[in-house]
Design a protein around this ligand. Structure first.
Ligand SMILES: [Fe+2]
Ligand SMILES: [Fe+2]
Length: 294
């Protein structure tokens, strides 16, 4: 990662502050390493989840929600784990941890947290559907793409937490000049949410596909690993913007990498169909949000 040189003092302060953020709750770190291990059974993961009553409730709510298909009546955690799958569990525990760590501050703020989550979850839904649609080209668990989608912009929350006033100016600049937020971040803060987010990804030792997505979702051609997931989230991010799920109405969308569709072998018609179906089910984002936010 290139260390932004401008303005050095402010960047340094953000970096130091990030290191003061709490570690991921130990149950979350354990669960991430457990679900990433090929030897893990649903019972192993369920045993871990059951130690945490709040997490147990969230897992059962999600398994019984319409977000994952027809509402069902699942009462055991191990059945819920089987239905949801390990990558969905990862999205749930990481999403809930991030919501907890970056709570709403109250009062007037230029940064609308509900819109932030709507953008991230809709991006996750689009990433999931793109991954599903290109199964023949590159194998990727659609739920892993969903997880990368909901985490991609986490750096924006760090800016908002540690430099709220500066970040309000960034948002105002982006609106006024109709430029993507990362251009405004570079112009005013000398760094971007992608670069800042990676420091948290390192601190939390997030899996490589999440770290790469956080750093390279605006320039997927630079990703060194998990290139397909990064490119999928890159396109999903553009879809989320095109559906007007930005931080504010008509937020300037990020530039699309010209070769992303070619790399994933997905044409305009297929991408348009995915955007259309996400547009029709857009309200369901709220179901996932209310569970991680509970
Ligand atoms: Fe971004
Ligand atoms: Fe985004």
């Amino acid at each position: 990662m290139n260390s932004p040189s401008r303005p050095g003092g402010r960047y340094q302060r953000i970096v130091e502050n990030i290191h003061q953020l709490p570690a991921l709750p130990s149950i979350v770190s354990k669960l991430i390493s457990v679900v990433n291990s090929p030897d893990t059974s649903a019972e192993d993961a369920a045993g871990l989840i059951e130690k945490d009553p709040a997490l147990t409730t969230k897992v059962l709510r999600l398994a019984n929600s319409a977000f994952y298909g027809m509402p069902r009546s699942i009462s055991s955690v191990s059945s819920a784990v089987v239905i949801l799958g390990f990558n969905t569990l990862k999205s749930l525990v990481l999403g809930a941890s991030v919501v907890n760590l970056f709570p709403e501050k109250g009062g007037a703020s230029a940064f609308d947290r509900v819109r932030f989550w709507k953008h991230s979850i809709v991006c996750g839904m689009a990433a999931r559907d793109i991954a599903q649609s290109i199964m023949g080209v590159t194998f990727m668990d659609p739920q892993s793409a969903f997880c990368a989608g909901i985490m991609h912009d986490i750096g924006k929350l760090i800016f908002e937490l540690f430099t709220a006033q500066d970040y309000a100016k960034v948002c105002a600049y982006s609106r006024e000049h109709a430029v993507p937020v990362s251009d405004a971040e570079n112009a005013l803060l000398g760094t971007t949410h992608a670069q800042i987010g990676t420091i948290l990804a390192d601190k939390w030792a997030l899996p490589i596909e999440l770290e790469q997505t956080i750093v390279y979702h605006h320039n997927p051609d630079a990703a060194q690993k998990a290139e397909s997931v990064v490119a999928v989230v890159h396109l999903a991010d553009v879809i989320s913007h095109n559906l007007d799920c930005g931080l504010w109405d008509k937020e300037a969308p990020p530039a699309q990498w010209a070769l992303a569709q070619e790399m994933l072998d997905i044409d305009d018609a297929r991408l348009g169909a995915i955007a259309g179906s996400i547009g029709r089910e857009i309200g369901t984002y709220n179901e996932f949000f209310s569970i991680i936010n509970s």
